[in-house]
Design a protein around this ligand. Structure first.
Ligand code: M6R
Length: 610
């Protein structure tokens, strides 16, 4: 969703802002803008469309100045247009904003009744007018004016504000939406996430909800909305700037697919004790006695993270012998789920900011459940809310279609299953050793699969014309079928549907004909015979079959037009591997169609609205 960047320091602000916005492009946006303070005046440039258009507008007029804020907007209130693009200005105040101001209708009416004329349809413009009004009413400085404005606002937001009267100052605030501050020697930056700032500094301050910070060159002062001083120490980030670059790959998505062996290795590193057959993960924050008492694991997630959670259910039930429920966080919030203090609630999220997942976790926490965050982004909202954090260590994921975070989530959730299995007496050290050994071998098998990318590309050329593709799998392969279908639809815009193979006869079989490619995940595991029967049913109706099969399974040659080979591994780790050719398939179909795979249409990387 929207991206915010701010800069105050000795350098020219405009190029830094545009570069930071470029690094936030992956979040999704439809328009962009900057406000620059040249020491005397604030100048604003806003454009509809991609950052290239903003860059061209900035090339036409120089905007000198050492202070500025920039924004990429993903429309919520008001259509995508230049007038609705941020920054919004009122008097001498410019504001950029991410999130939604829930009481905007009442505030807009109040301001309109007071004589304000709005220039846009956005909720953000309200903030600019509230701050401007507070300054006119005698607020001592910009911080005080922003605090007064925030006291009137309800909802989730991150904002950055400039005032013509204070040529060195940015005031930022957060409530529910992400915002980080980067500290340099004599400069200070703000951004919606770490990736926007990494090329300037790795020392970051993570604001808490309700914080308001005054940024000056090299200085940061943080207060609460009510003006109480608070200390927020800076943290050194171990993500390197090159991790957020394409590094020779054509797209981030392809780079991130290839980074999976390292993402999984990093997630396992230091957490596995093979000799003892155990997992070290004190950060889960569960007392062993509590771990043994848990009656149920309740996993909450959206999108790809939901698919990883569905895989985890198999592991938690079979390895840790704990009843497990997996729910779409957006759906849980439409019900009154009966969380209890005996539940371990696991929130799975790449960004750690997904609004629905965060909201569902809040409800679980209020009900007394122990909340564990399996997230990739350090200090994200879900990580903060949770009692424990099992971080995936995939590094920054820039491509909107999640790839390496999916497999890193699987690695973390597998560790969780073994961890709980050992503490609940469900797993002997020997069995745990076998699981962990298989997990440790996953990265090298991933390398093998990535080596077959050229063959996957040739299969993609056959699939590219299809308007619709069905993905089938049973057991552990079913959530991977869902994920394969999601990847294809996200980046190639083809309709794709993941289905439990056993359900095919209950409906989707009606769709099958010579124009309907069917991707069947049928490794030699416990589901093999039944899945092959489904495959035969597809062939009998002239369906085009792409099979994912265990290397050496020659019997499938008669049933499938194309076979993507899988290594022979214990069945439980298969989801970490079967997904790799499916990600490549989606990528190659999309690039063949000429799509922007890193920023597919209409999608945002971090979904901070309901
Ligand atoms: O950051 P999260 O993992 O919570 O995000 C959840 C979904 O928005 C995300 O997985 C989405 O489905 C991706 N675009 C999938 O590729």
């Amino acid at each position: 969703m929207c991206g915010i960047v701010g800069y105050t320091g000795p350098r020219q602000a405009a190029p830094i802002l545009v570069d930071g916005l470029r690094r936030l492009e992956y979040r999704g946006y439809d328009s962009a803008g900057v406000a620059i303070h040249d020491g005397k005046c604030l100048e604003v440039v806003r454009t509809l469309g991609k950052l290239r258009v903003l860059g061209e507008a900035l090339d036409k007029r120089t905007l000198p100045g050492n202070l500025g804020v920039g924004h990429t907007r993903w429309a919520t209130h008001g259509r995508p247009s230049e007038e609705n693009a941020h920054p919004h200005v009122a008097g001498g105040v410019a504001v950029v904003h991410n999130g939604i101001i829930e009481n905007h209708t009442a505030l807009r009416k109040e301001l309109t009744d007071g004589g304000v004329r709005f220039a846009s349809d956005t909720d953000t413009e309200i903030v600019a007018h509230l701050v401007d009004r507070a300054l006119r009413a005698g607020a001592t400085d910009l911080v005080a004016a922003v605090q007064r404005a925030l006291a009137r606002m309800e909802g989730a937001y991150a904002i950055a504000v400039l005032s013509q009267a204070e040529p060195e100052v940015i005031v930022v605030a957060r409530q529910g939406s992400p915002l980080v501050i980067g500290r340099g020697e004599d400069e200070t930056l703000a951004g919606s996430d770490i990736a926007a700032l990494l090329s300037h500094t790795r020392d970051m301050i993570f604001l808490e909800d309700g914080d308001v910070a005054e940024l000056r060159p090299g200085k940061v002062r943080v207060e609460t909305v009510s003006g109480a001083r608070v200390e927020r120490p800076s943290k050194h980030i171990d993500w390197s700037p090159v991790m957020a670059e394409r590094g020779g790959y054509r797209h981030f998505m392809l780079k991130e697919i290839h980074e999976q062996p390292e993402a999984v290795s990093a997630t396992l590193r230091g957490r596995i004790d093979l000799d003892a057959g155990d997992v070290h993960a004190a950060e889960i924050g569960l007392d062993p006695a509590v771990a043994s008492r848990i009656r149920r694991v309740y996993i909450l997630a959206c999108g790809t993270s939901y698919h990883a959670s569905l895989v985890a259910r198999y592991w938690l039930e079979s390895i840790a012998k704990v009843p497990t429920v997996v729910e779409l966080a957006s759906e849980v919030r439409c019900r009154e789920p009966l969380f209890t203090a005996d539940d371990l609630v696991v929130a799975v999220s790449q960004s750690g900011e997904t609004f629905d997942t965060l909201g569902a976790c809040k409800a679980a926490k209020e009900a007394g459940a122990h909340v564990l965050a399996v997230v990739n982004v350090l200090d994200s909202a879900i990580a903060r809310l949770a009692h424990g954090q099992l971080y995936t260590r995939a590094g920054p994921e820039i491509g909107v279609a999640s790839t390496k975070c999916f497999t890193a989530q699987l690695a973390a959730l597998y560790l969780l299953a073994v961890y709980l299995g050992r503490r609940r007496g469900a797993l002997t050290p020997e069995r745990a050793q076998a699981h962990l050994q298989a997990l440790c071998e996953v990265p090298s098998h991933m390398h093998e699969l990535l080596g077959d990318a050229d063959y996957v590309r040739s299969v993609a050329t056959k699939l590219a014309p299809a308007r619709s593709v069905l993905y089938l799998g049973r057991g552990l392969n079913y959530p991977v079928a869902l994920e394969g279908a999601l990847k294809l639809k996200e980046v190639s815009y083809a309709h794709a549907e993941g289905y439990a193979a056993g359900e095919m006869k209950h409906g989707p079989i009606a769709l099958i004909d010579a124009d309907m490619p069917v991707v069947v995940i049928c490794p030699r595991d416990g589901t093999y015979d039944k899945t092959v029967s489904n495959l035969q049913e597809v062939r009998a109706r002239d369906g085009q079959v792409v099979a994912l099969a265990t290397r050496g399974d020659e019997s499938l040659h008669d049933l499938a037009q194309h076979i993507l080979w899988l290594p022979e591994v214990p069945a439980a780790v298969l989801p970490l591997l079967t997904v790799v050719p499916l990600q490549l398939l989606a990528y190659f179909v999309a690039t063949r169609k000429g799509h922007d795979v890193d920023q597919p249409r209409n999608l945002a990387k971090t979904v901070t609205v309901e």
